[in-house]
Write a protein that binds this ligand. Structure first.
Ligand code: AMP
Ligand code: ZN
Length: 462
């Protein structure tokens, strides 16, 4: 922790940022403290109130973070964008404005009767010891609603504020889960390093997470995100009555059958060689889809570039549906389902391909044993199945795939609370002058310097 803080202090110095203790409420050696967290980066208005219990002195000797987390309140309102083909920024903004303050008020009131850990008198009202809020990346005006509310709460409670990196929070979701499952103050897992796969409506990233603020981007999309690709495919494949948000989830439900025991029938064989992954698989309807980058100029070498690409696949699906729905053609439900399965298979195999390329090229250099898969698309059960099968068939069955539960995969304030706690425990809090960040890299090699490079961090003085 001290090393992390020293390095950051040196970097902050280079950027002419002066460190000063905020002088606000300090949590010191308190064994348990209460956190209020807010998420408003996109179309979800989410608020959580949690208690974090630090490790006892004995457990503190264990390497890494030790502790446990208890969820007191958690609630999310999603903006109604049904009238639009996607998220309308103004609809989301108005939804945050209308819902955030009432949600905070409601959840605080529900906590009023619970015992507080500070010296605060319960009869004075609810007590909060730390406020965490998404600072970026995301839609700036939407982030502002959350950030300004969080600043007001931090001032009112006279407690520290933490401006959280949304994607870092997604990457830490499995550690959040471990903290939630810890009955007592045990070690938080997975321990670093681990690989993070973040698949959402706006991002597709493969990340080597070697520390709390150390996330090296190994591959990201060069065009649209995986979630966007599935949403666009769903819009053309599904009928209007089947098209319910989230569209990726509607596409998944439409595609597969469940047996009487509730098991999904995937009838899927993973490609055992990379070559097989790049080949078109003809369907019984005579068409086939090309895997991304398989036919890229530059041949084999180009197909191995550490990037993701989903635009070509999306366009092929849109073209195929257009030709099928023209007057001369029929497009049965079975054929639609086949297309829905194919677009998911190809997209998920493409996702897995970069993980496999990284694992095979790094040999024994990568010391981890876990791949965390998070973001809205990670809730897709077929994605989970494909990734497991692809790792197994290529000799990586010893690597664990960690999928947080669906409720933690989509945008939520619990992950913001957790990332805030991890940053606080590592010695950081945010200055009250921070603003929302539309773009904010996770990787310190990026122009903005990554999570710690953007300024606004100050030591938490504990
Ligand atoms: P996020 O940006 O993390 O909130 O994730 C939203 C994205 O996840 C959207 O593109 C959704 O369509 C997608 N999504 C949600 N559930 C599923 C699912 N079961 N299968 C595929 N995509 C999904
Ligand atoms: Zn997200």
């Amino acid at each position: 922790m001290l090393r992390l803080l020293r390095e950051t202090t040196a970097r902050a110095g280079r950027r002419n940022i002066s460190w000063s203790c905020s002088g606000s409420f300090v949590l010191g050696c308190r064994s348990t403290y209460r956190v209020l967290a807010i998420e408003t980066s996109c179309d979800d208005t989410s608020v959580a109130i949690v208690d974090y219990k630090r490790a006892s002195n004995a457990a503190k000797n264990e390497p890494g973070l030790t502790g446990s987390l208890r969820v007191l309140q958690h609630s999310t309102v999603t903006a109604n964008n049904d009238a639009y083909a996607g998220i309308h920024p103004l609809v989301a903004l108005h939804s945050h404005r209308a819902n955030l303050a009432p949600l905070v008020k409601k959840l605080l009131a529900k906590c009023e009767t619970l015992p507080s850990h500070s010296n605060h008198n319960v009869s004075d009202g609810p007590s909060i010891d730390l406020v965490a809020v998404t600072r970026g990346p995301g839609m700036r005006s939407n982030l502002s609603v959350g950030l300004d509310t969080a600043k007001g709460l931090a001032l009112a409670f006279n407690v520290p504020l933490i401006g959280v990196h949304h994607m870092q929070a997604h990457a830490l979701t499995s550690r959040l889960l471990s903290a939630m499952e810890n009955v007592d103050t045990q070690q938080i897992t997975p321990r670093f390093p681990f690989l993070s796969v973040l698949v959402s409506g706006g991002h597709t990233m493969l990340i080597d997470s070697t520390g709390l603020t150390e996330h090296k981007i190994l591959a990201e999309t060069q065009d649209i995100a995986l979630g966007d690709c599935l949403d666009k495919a769903a819009r053309v494949i599904l009928t209007p009555d089947q098209l319910k948000a989230p569209y990726g989830g509607a596409l998944e439900r439409f595609s597969f059958d469940q047996d009487s025991a509730g098991h999904w029938n995937y009838n899927y064989a993973a490609p055992s060689r990379r070559q097989d992954e790049l080949e078109r698989r003809p369907t019984e309807w005579g068409w086939s889809l090309s895997p991304p980058l398989a036919e890229s100029k530059g041949g084999e070498k180009s197909s191995r570039r550490m990037v993701y690409s989903f635009t070509g696949l999306t366009t092929s699906v849109e073209r195929l549906v257009k030709s099928k729905t023209s007057a001369a053609s029929t497009f049965t439900t079975e054929e639609r389902r086949c297309l829905a399965r194919e677009v998911q298979r190809i997209a998920f195999e493409h996702l897995a391909s970069r993980i496999l390329l990284y694992l095979s090229s790094s040999g024994n250099d990568w010391k981890g044993d876990t791949i965390v898969v998070s973001g809205g698309v990670a809730s897709n059960r077929f994605l989970r199945y494909v990734l497991r099968k692809m790792l197994d068939v290529r000799g990586y069955s010893h690597i664990e795939l960690s999928f947080p539960p669906v409720s933690l995969c989509t945008d939520n304030a619990l992950m913001i609370a957790w990332a805030g706690i991890e940053m606080y425990e590592a010695g950081f809090q945010s200055n009250l002058d921070i603003g929302p960040l539309n773009k904010w890299s996770m990787d310190r090699r990026a122009a903005d310097g990554g999570i710690l490079g953007v300024g606004g961090w100050i030591p938490n003085c504990t």
